[in-house]
Design a binder for this molecule. Structure first.
Ligand code: URA
Length: 286
């Protein structure tokens, strides 16, 4: 029998793609589950990053609040995956313990209660300025974010950068996070269970940043943080109240940049939302 190797390779790649494997980050496979069974060890300093990650790390040095590489790769003792309710409880307790963003990142980095951690390359905690008056919360890291360890660095991130520039801001003046800090396989939407488990961490993150204005990018962020079932076309552009610890913050849902890339006609509405945010920040500053 003659084997058509090209066809076989194409079929194998299609199979991988359908299974959610849509990026190559190294030449050799790594069994992350076996890593979790190994005794705790630090990655040696001279261990090279995979080629793609090396380029990414060079072009985008870690932000003050992205985990140092040795932290990201630290292997914790094995723990049985927690049942969903127990995981939410554990998340609440763990998040409450954090007294700073650095501590929160460390705690999250070690948290075993969310299964997404096993398939993601690394934690994507945040980017930007922890003292910012304006905070954005998106949905979940995608492929580029998973590789670089920073939120919104792919195509939708580039659009977010342009939207920020349009109101005179950049990443040094805002803080950016997601409701789920690990990439869901194949960029699927995080499940309600995954979102519920990660929520206490996002809530604590908002509390610690303590922004004056919170912008929810897209439906999952809006519905999760603002506890509404209404869709983004109805919620966008409206001011909500977000209770953060003992303080109330003004919150505005707007379209997710990924949606705007697919529906450029809606950019004018997002533009209006960004102007409203700018006006509110300016008024609060006077
Ligand atoms: N989309 C998100 O919601 N978050 C990211 O970090 C990237 C894309």
């Amino acid at each position: 029998m003659i084997v058509d190797r090209d066809k076989a390779a194409r079929e194998l790649i299609a199979f991988y793609h359908e299974s959610g494997v849509d990026v190559v980050i190294g030449e050799d496979p790594i069994d992350r589950l076996a890593e979790d069974r190994a005794p705790a060890l630090e990655e040696p300093d001279d261990h090279p990053l995979p080629p793609t990650a090396t380029v990414a790390a060079r072009e985008h040095p870690p932000a003050p609040h992205s985990a140092p590489r040795s932290d990201r790769t630290r292997v914790e003792p094995p723990q049985a995956p927690a049942a969903p309710d127990a995981a939410v409880m554990a998340a609440r307790e763990a998040a409450r313990r954090a007294t700073s963003l650095d501590e929160l990142r460390e705690i999250l980095n070690r948290f075993e209660g969310c299964a997404l951690r096993a398939t993601a390359t690394q934690l994507v905690f945040a980017d930007g300025n922890p003292n910012a008056r304006l905070m954005f919360v998106g949905e979940a890291p995608g492929r580029d974010e998973d590789i670089e360890g920073l939120p919104f660095v792919g195509r939708s991130g580039k659009l977010l950068d342009r939207m920020l520039a349009a109101i005179g801001l950049d990443r040094k003046g805002v803080y950016i996070a997601n409701i789920v800090p690990w990439r869901p396989p194949g960029n699927r939407t995080p499940t309600p269970q995954e979102t519920a488990i990660c929520l206490p961490f996002t809530q604590r993150q908002i509390e610690l940043v303590d922004p004056e204005v919170l912008v929810c990018l897209g439906n999952p962020s809006t519905q999760t943080l603002l506890a509404t079932k209404e869709g983004i076309t109805r919620t966008r552009g409206r001011w909500f109240r977000y209770q953060s610890g003992s303080r109330e913050i003004r919150a505005m849902p707007t379209f997710h940049p990924a949606f705007l890339l697919r529906n450029p006609i809606s950019k004018r509405l997002a533009w209006r939302d960004f102007l409203a945010v700018k006006k509110t920040l300016a008024a609060a500053a006077t």
